[in-house]
Design a protein around this ligand. Structure first.
Ligand code: AMP
Length: 396
């Protein structure tokens, strides 16, 4: 059987991340990044197997980047594209699953832009640019929020007046759904339960971080909320703070809302706590050398993560395993070990040798004998997007 090929697009305000994926493959045929779009220094870089290249984009528009991508796709795909899968951050309550993109889907993504003002407009720019250069191929939107639409009301409602939910869609949505879905599907397969089977706590720890409780392929609760700021400590995002902080900063320092948004989204998290960096690798090195800010940032990160995971246990009838993924979750034995130390109340215990011995890019169990399972599972959001796009097209 011929395996189909999907172009996966993740479009930001000044970048387009792309990958050409063949159905069922764990690796991209071609992947890369167009960066600094909108300026004169725009570049397009890609790799295919061992080959890496980069070109300057004379016209740094998103459309020019998409046009420059076309010959690369033709060169590397051995058949016409079957679909283009677009990552879209916020699907609001409209979208509980992937959607074939048409005018009504574009309108609904536009309508949700108030909920994700930084992301949805950029995602739409990518959709328009790709549809212009590939008009005859099905385009599919995959939403970061869709997987969490299975949360029950007691998990997604804030304790705010009903009208704010009913009239203004203010509720918890959750993000990183593609990643939590992918790793919990994998966990079901790797443990012999079957795809999407099992009761899991999943920790996606990258620049953005979130935790999620998943039962048999359904998200029951997650740490992010109305926006991707709620929940865990992240690279530059604060995660949870006292909601009265806004009023306090306004009153005592005279800060306005844009200043406070900047503080909580760009100056906080690991960067704010450490005073050094948002990058966990760098913080681990600095902590080893005695940097107190880095040590504190790591301690707060792990403690708050453990607290979130233990809290999410309330959503599950039992626990089949704890899963670590994302750049930090997949690569940092220290963060995994410290987090699990705070979770002894669940009887979780790490095997130190297994934890430090996990190969880069490999899935592996890291729990000690007698402990509930703990796994490292590399995420692959592009693969999930490619496969969901094809699954949608296969539906009658
Ligand atoms: P992501 O957004 O998933 O690419 O993850 C980025 C984060 O992963 C950054 O904080 C990196 O410092 C962190 N990271 C990547 N590799 C390692 C590593 N070997 N040890 C610790 N953190 C790492």
């Amino acid at each position: 059987m011929t395996r189909r090929t999907v172009l996966v697009i993740n479009c930001g305000s000044s970048s387009i991340k792309f990958a050409l994926r063949r159905e069922g493959d764990g690796q991209a045929i071609l992947s890369g990044l167009a960066e600094r779009l909108g300026g004169e220094q725009a570049t397009l870089a890609w790799k295919a197997g061992d080959q890496r290249e980069q070109i300057q984009l004379g016209d740094g528009s998103h459309s020019a980047a998409m046009a420059a991508l076309l010959p690369l796709i033709e060169q590397h795909a051995d058949q016409p594209l079957s679909a283009v899968g677009h990552r879209v951050v916020h699907g609001g309550e409209h979208f509980t699953r992937a959607q074939r993109i048409d005018d009504s889907v574009i309108s609904a993504i536009t309508a949700n832009a108030a909920l994700a003002p930084l992301h949805n407009p950029a995602n739409l720019t990518g959709i328009h640019a790709a549809m212009d250069v590939l008009p005859d191929i099905p385009h599919v939107a995959i939403f970061d929020t869709a997987f969490h639409q299975s949360m029950p009301a007691h998990a997604y409602r804030y304790a705010l007046p009903q009208a704010l939910y009913a009239d203004h869609a203010i509720r918890r949505y959750g993000f990183h759904g593609t990643s939590h879905q992918y790793v919990t599907n994998q966990a079901g397969e790797l443990t012999g339960r079957g795809t999407a089977k099992g009761a899991w706590l999943s920790a996606h720890l990258g620049n953005g971080c979130s935790s999620c409780a998943v039962l048999d392929g359904r998200s029951l609760d997650t740490s992010m909320g109305l926006t991707p700021l709620e929940g865990l400590v992240m690279g530059t995002r604060s995660g949870d703070v006292d909601p009265n902080l806004h009023a306090h900063l306004g009153r005592t320092l005279g800060w306005d809302l844009p200043r406070i948004e900047q503080l909580l989204n760009r100056e906080s998290g690991l960067l704010g706590l450490s005073g050094l960096s948002n990058d966990m690798r760098q913080l681990e090195q600095a902590a080893e050398q005695g940097h107190e800010g880095a040590q504190l940032a790591i301690e707060v990160f792990c403690y708050r993560l453990a607290r979130s995971l233990l809290g999410l246990g309330a959503a599950l009838p039992r626990l089949d395993g704890l899963l670590f993924t994302g750049g930090i979750g997949e690569n940092s034995a220290r963060i995994r070990a410290r987090t699990v130390e705070h979770m002894a109340i669940l009887g979780l215990k790490i095997d130190a040798a297994a934890n430090t011995g996990v190969g880069r890019g490999a899935a592996a169990p890291i729990h000690a004998d007698g402990s509930t399972a703990i796994w490292v599972i590399p995420t692959d959001e592009e693969r999930q997007i490619a496969e969901e796009s094809l699954a949608l097209l296969d539906q009658p």
